[in-house]
Design a protein around this ligand. Structure first.
Ligand SMILES: Cc1cc2nc3c(=O)[nH]c(=O)nc-3n(C[C@H](O)[C@H](O)[C@H](O)COP(=O)(O)OP(=O)(O)OC[C@H]3O[C@@H](n4cnc5c(N)ncnc54)[C@H](O)[C@@H]3O)c2cc1C
Length: 458
């Protein structure tokens, strides 16, 4: 039993975060930037959980309903194996969400109403990391095979969550993935400094050992047809993501040196994964003035990647106004706080410009972009309106478009009009988060099991 007094720890103990490796050190490598809390500090952080009567952390916050207060208590009482089994009831990859989830649970934590949330994500990460380190993260036993076969198209977090559930319930599951390696955006979108790829491989290996089959380098619709999958399997789940990038159709868009963010990030991940020898001169940010258009997470990942390439300068432009430092009146607890956030990448050397629109790209005689004409905007309702006399020129010889995604890629397989074909995750809802992908993968697995009248393991 841990000696930390529990009943008023939320009152006495401050929230402590592990922080990041020093900027000077971390920008010279691609390794994870976030540090870890020491075990005794982690127990103190778990003690800050109030074990509320109504735990909004998972009631309102966590899409997969991780049993957070029970996990916190188990950690406080040094019962790490219990904590692991608890999180595995809801989360198929806690070492991944424990790293890259924005922690919607923390936005809804009762402590966050008047003080700082419990460090829930850190606790989840440590539960998983410790289990791996101590050899306790083992393949889970599946129910006997039920004779039903399901094909999952896409090996991102949605496909993985559905595949592992169905496999554990006794289905024969094959995941088809068009890329060389499984993992979807975990593998090809999110940079190593947030999530090292060996961790994705390690988790996929566990799923493989549990019985899920992976067929990588197979594009459904080109290498195998939907008709073939429907003949061979009792059900097909499409989890192909939402990767059609939003474009910026302004004069000069055709100039060289303007790329979609995900193409840029994918190339870097392919280099780190050994699929490419280098990103290629055209794609490198080295010595360049980089402008990232789009102020979200994808844009922030482009900032950290450009800094590591050795960019001369990095600027991130966002059309929306700068968010407030604290919750606005129309954004009460327990909703997710829409406040200004700075990622680890922002601290590595980046200027952020808000409420600014792009008017045109300007190029040199060689046809390469050398700058952007911008204008400040004022928001009138949902409409950005240019402020007269605020036009300015922003130097840029590499522009990365990170303005979100409009839906599934053109030519992606479709479930329309087909019996026993389902769609889930970003492909069905539009771009979202890994934890939502997990939730939607779980839900799709249940729908498939119900439709095929197979029992599920609870
Ligand atoms: C750059 C970036 C950073 C992000 N960072 C975070 C973060 O830090 N935290 C967070 O929670 N969320 C983050 N997200 C969002 C998160 O990654 C996505 O919401 C999540 O990956 C969606 O999962 P998915 O399985 O639905 O789709 P995806 O991850 O896109 O996976 C879809 C898979 O389907 C495959 N596929 C597509 N078509 C076919 C076909 N015809 N045949 C076979 N396979 C096919 C694709 O190759 C891909 O592997 C980020 C997104 C991006 C773009």
């Amino acid at each position: 039993m841990n000696p930390i007094p529990h009943y008023r720890s939320f009152f006495d103990l401050p929230r402590v975060d592990p922080g990041y490796r020093p900027v000077k050190e971390r920008v010279r490598d691609w390794n994870e930037v976030e540090k870890h809390l020491a075990p005794d500090e982690l127990a103190r952080q778990a003690a800050r959980c109030m074990d509320c009567g109504i735990p909004f952390c998972f009631g309102a916050g966590c899409p997969i309903k991780n049993p957070i207060p029970d996990m916190n208590l188990a950690v406080l009482e040094n019962r790490w194996e219990d904590a692991l089994q608890l999180v595995l009831t809801t989360c198929p990859y806690p070492e991944i969400t424990g790293r890259i989830c924005p922690a919607l649970c923390e936005g809804s934590c009762c402590n966050a109403k008047d003080s700082d949330a419990v460090a829930i994500r850190q606790i989840e990460r440590e539960i998983a990391d410790r289990a791996f380190a101590e050899g306790r993260m083992l393949p889970r036993p599946a129910l006997p095979r039920n004779g039903l076969k399901v094909a999952v198209v896409g090996s991102g977090p949605t496909g993985l969550a559905a595949a592992t559930d169905l496999n554990l319930w006794g289905f024969d599951v094959t995941v088809y993935e068009s890329a060389k390696y499984a993992g979807g955006l975990l593998r090809y979108g999110i940079p190593d400094f947030k999530l090292e790829k060996w961790m994705v491989e390690r988790r996929i290996d566990l799923f493989r050992q549990e019985g899920v089959r992976f067929e990588c380098g197979v594009q459904v619709g080109a290498d195998v047809s939907m008709d073939y999958l429907r003949r061979k399997f009792d059900g097909v789940l499409l989890a192909c993501g939402a990767r059609e990038p939003r474009d910026l159709k302004v004069p000069g868009r055709e100039l060289k040196g303007i790329h979609f963010a995900l193409d840029f990030l994918t190339r870097q991940n392919q280099v780190l994964g050994g699929e490419l020898t280098d990103v290629g001169g055209e794609w490198s940010a080295k010595g360049r003035d980089v402008v990232v258009i789009g102020g979200g997470d994808t844009g922030s990942d482009c900032v950290g990647t450009s800094v590591r390439h050795g960019a001369k300068s990095v600027t991130q432009i966002e059309i929306l106004p700068k968010p407030p430092a604290t919750r606005a009146g129309d954004n009460p607890w327990p909703d997710w706080p829409r406040i200004l956030r700075a990622s680890s990448s922002h601290h590595e050397g980046c200027e952020r410009i808000f409420a600014t629109n792009t008017l045109a790209f300007e190029g040199d005689e060689s046809g390469r972009v050398y700058g952007i004409r911008c204008v400040q905007v004022e928001w009138k309702g949902r409409q950005p309106v240019a402020k007269p006399g605020t036009e300015f020129f922003q130097k840029a010889d590499l522009v990365l478009l990170a303005m979100g995604f409009t839906g599934p890629e053109k030519g992606a397989p479709s479930a329309e009009g087909l019996k026993n074909v389902w769609t889930a995750g970003d492909m069905a809802t539009g771009p979202s988060l890994v934890v939502w992908a997990a939730a939607r993968g779980h839900a799709a697995a249940r729908q498939i099991a119900a439709a095929l009248r197979a029992p599920v393991k609870v």
